[in-house]
Design a protein around this ligand. Structure first.
Ligand code: GLV
Ligand code: GLV
Length: 321
């Protein structure tokens, strides 16, 4: 009998189509997330699970699935929602989707940086609400990238792609912090520096790191205080890397000039969040990988990871604990 695979949401067709050619596929046929209770029931007896970053893959879920489960494919590059140790303990392989979304995420990171630094939200509002009086020499000015120092926290695939995208804007200096020096960063002349030096020198500070126990909450008041008062902070990683209350205080007190966030805690951000009242904070609804091409490729790669795992083959993009 063909292996059973459960897909936790409506996703671009490529992945489900591939899986259906070899597996019995059931799917949560909605754009809204499946409830935890429903998920625990739907996974019973499956051989493979196609999930998203909105599902927590932990011991309880794996045990609910049972001993047939061989592979979990998450349609995301982040995997902080997956308990890799619990998966390894049960012999469950885990696939994720790096590379295929890198340029989409880099593009959105640059978009958010520009929207934030050049104050697009305030400008659009002014046009729409009639407060645009006339052309004013000192109105809605912000920092430009030309001649600036860009600091990148986490120089992985995405951090590198962001730096490459920003090069043509005339950035004077790229500095970065990571666990180790990244040889590829030499191609663009990026300097590997201690975290404190990156923070202190950056005109634009970009969080491009994974959420791990080491990065959880690292962007806190202590860090914001070390940043330039004119600096712009951008986060396209995970909301969890930021102490959000500290960020709010840093924006209100002028420790930093502005922030652009594609990720928040929680998601969705409640509409009464004080961050939404700030002119100097631009927030997007976690859309960094949302190009047609990237999402379709993510769906396909997730299916390929699952198919390989079901056959006991090498998983194209496997994560190990
Ligand atoms: C999106 O945040 C992803 O991890 O793919
Ligand atoms: C701006 O529109 C300029 O002409 O400088």
């Amino acid at each position: 009998t063909p292996p059973k695979v459960f897909i936790t949401r409506r996703v671009p067709d490529r992945g489900p189509a591939l899986l259906k050619s070899e597996c019995t596929v059931t799917q949560w046929d909605s754009d809204e997330p499946i409830s935890r209770e429903e998920l625990l029931s739907k996974v019973q007896g499956v051989d493979g699970l196609f999930c998203l970053l909105t599902e927590k893959i932990d011991a309880e879920l794996l045990d609910a699935a049972g001993p047939n489960l061989k592979v979990v494919g998450t349609m995301s590059v982040g995997y902080d929602h997956v308990d890799l140790v619990a998966c390894a303990e049960r012999g469950v392989k885990v696939g994720f989707t790096p590379n295929v979304l890198t340029s989409a995420v880099a593009e959105l990171t640059v978009s958010l940086l520009l929207a934030t630094s050049r104050r697009l939200k305030e400008g659009i509002r002014a046009v729409e609400n009639g407060s645009w009086g006339t052309w004013k020499p000192m109105w809605l000015c912000g920092p430009g990238l030309d001649g600036s120092t860009v600091g990148i926290i986490g120089m992985g695939r995405i951090g590198m792609a962001v730096a490459r995208c920003l090069q043509p804007f005339g950035v004077a200096r790229f500095v970065y912090s990571d666990f180790d020096e990244q040889p590829k960063a030499r191609d663009i002349g990026a300097e590997f520096l201690p975290l404190d030096e990156v923070i202190a020198s950056a005109d634009f500070l970009l969080a491009c790191c994974a959420l791990t126990s080491e990065t959880k909450g690292m962007f806190n008041m202590d860090l914001f205080k070390k940043m330039k008062n004119t600096a712009v902070f951008i986060n396209t990683s995970r909301g969890g890397v930021v102490q959000q209350d500290d960020l709010y205080k840093a924006l209100v007190s002028g420790e930093i000039a502005a922030a652009g966030l594609d990720v928040t805690t929680p998601e969705p951000l409640p509409t009464n969040s004080p961050l939404l009242k700030l002119d100097n904070c631009v927030i997007l609804p976690h859309i960094a990988s949302a190009t047609h091409k990237a999402r379709s490729a993510m769906s396909e790669l997730t299916a390929k990871n699952i198919l390989a795992g079901l056959k006991g083959q090498t998983i194209p993009s496997e994560i190990t604990a």
